[in-house]
Write a protein that binds this ligand. Structure first.
Ligand code: FAD
Length: 425
């Protein structure tokens, strides 16, 4: 049964102070500026609104696209890494991730992320989340073990979840500027703190400047415009802005992740490929141990010629559900006239960079601080090798890393309440 609780009362954050608002420029002063519009940005904005609501400083979110429909989550599912505190499942969850990541996960970080994800997702019912998993005709979120799966789960299409999070952000009084990419962080004259950002309001055709006591970068990973699914808006702006301001990048050596796609498409939903059957062009079967650990056997053959796949792991009775669970993948193969359950189809690879790879802005601790006062990094823009090691964070860990949110309480007191003039980095 899905535990339902009454909706929590909404505390609205105060509005930021508008300094200038004319045809050429919007200039505001805010407590917390969140840059991005995906799960990391919306959760960070919600947490900031909750913690700064009483302090008169306000929270502002700027998104390059339309918050609630932008970023890679808009093409994905809501599969978070969900394990309750104290559960015996914790040891197993850690063991598996640590093994796939080459033994580089840090148990303290993994526990912190799992605790935080559990705490955040547990608040969804009180916020009004009551979606139903239409395929299974069950609640989409169930945090008990008293369900047919015997374990807590959260399922369904992420676009619904993003729309919901946008609604919560607006309800919490966050000022949202859509279609307003940030292009530069503002730093103090002696470059020892970040005090805001500058950008463009594309539709209004004007510039914006936001002075802020804390800036949360949540601009996603980057695929370096390989055109992999959902990655086109994520062009590495956050990583670049952070580096220009003086932050470090970490684990970039784990950012060469390649996703498998039906040949000639960008549909890199990797899930079903992990247990598929493969052949070379002349029909020789390709053997592999576990594609979670290594894709080298497939890549070796791919550099010599086209490799073919078939999703033979699904018995006929399972195929309808498999289709329903990944509708966008099947929209593409249907258009190509391929039945991936029964036919061998050619595959290719697309670069998924730091979306499924784990490099990014180095964070000092699990609170998202990057070691430069005033700057935080959340979600795919931040390096997350401490939880996933040298392996992809997709399939649960990445979204948990994103929703863990940044706890910024105390930031305003730390910074002494100054409004920060700031110059570009
Ligand atoms: C096909 C696919 C399926 C996936 N499935 C899963 C899954 O089941 N489980 C899982 O854990 N993970 C999954 N992932 C990964 C997961 O979607 C990401 O980890 C998650 O979306 C990261 O959230 P984010 O907010 O950091 O980044 P994003 O969701 O990518 O959001 C980035 C945001 O930043 C904005 N932005 C970019 N540049 C700027 C700028 N200069 N100024 C302002 N805003 C900017 C973008 O518009 C966007 O709103 C999947 C990814 C893909 C591609």
């Amino acid at each position: 049964m899905n535990a339902r609780s009454p909706r929590s009362p909404v505390t609205r954050a105060p509005s930021p102070t508008v300094v200038r608002d004319d045809a050429d420029h919007l200039e505001i002063i805010t407590g917390v500026l969140v840059i991005g519009g995906g799960p990391a940005a919306t959760w960070a904005a919600l947490n900031a609104a909750r913690t700064s609501a009483g302090e008169g400083l306000g929270v502002t979110l700027v998104d390059k696209g339309y918050c609630g429909a932008s970023g890679v989550a808009a093409t994905s599912g809501v599969g978070h890494w969900l394990t309750p505190p104290g559960s015996p499942l914790r040891d197993e969850t850690f063991r598996i991730k640590n093994a796939t990541g080459g033994g580089q996960s840090d148990r303290v970080w993994v526990d912190a992320v799992l605790d935080e994800t559990w705490a955040q997702i547990s608040t969804l019912p009180a916020m009004g989340w009551d979606r139903v998993d239409r395929n299974r005709r069950q609640p989409s979120l169930d945090l008990t073990t008293d369900n047919p799966s015997g374990a807590p789960y959260f399922r369904g299409p992420a676009p619904d979840y993003l729309r919901f999070l946008r609604g919560q952000v607006k309800k919490a009084g966050v000022t949202v500027l859509d279609h307003s990419p940030a292009v530069e962080l503002l730093v103090t004259d002696n470059r020892d703190a970040v005090v805001g950002a500058r950008g463009l309001q594309v539709r209004a055709g004007r510039n914006w400047t936001v002075h802020a006591h804390a800036v949360v970068l949540a601009t996603g990973g980057t695929t370096w415009r390989s055109h992999s699914l959902g990655g086109d808006t994520n062009t590495g702006d956050g990583q670049l802005m952070a580096a220009e301001a003086g932050a470090d990048l970490a684990a970039m050596e784990y950012s060469n992740f390649q996703g498998m796609v039906p040949f000639g498409t960008s549909m890199d939903k990797n899930g079903y490929f992990i247990k598929a059957e493969y052949w070379t062009g002349d029909g020789t079967p390709i053997h592999y141990d576990d594609l979670h650990y290594s894709r080298v056997p497939l890549l070796e053959h791919s550099v010599k010629g086209t490799v073919y796949a078939r999703f033979s792991q699904f018995a006929p009775a399972q195929r309808a559900t498999a289709r329903e669970n990944m509708p966008n993948f099947f929209a593409v193969v249907d258009k190509l006239g391929i039945n991936p359950f029964t036919e061998r189809f050619p595959i290719d690879w697309v670069h998924e960079g730091t979306v499924r790879g784990t490099g990014g802005v180095r964070v000092d601790d699990t609170t998202c601080a990057v070691g430069l006062p005033g700057l935080y990094a959340a979600g795919d823009v931040a390096a997350r090798d401490r939880i996933t090691g040298a392996a992809t964070g997709a399939g649960g860990p990445n979204l948990s890393w994103a929703v863990r949110g940044c706890r910024l309480a105390g930031e305003q007191r730390l910074r002494g309440g100054g409004e920060g003039g700031g110059r570009g980095s």
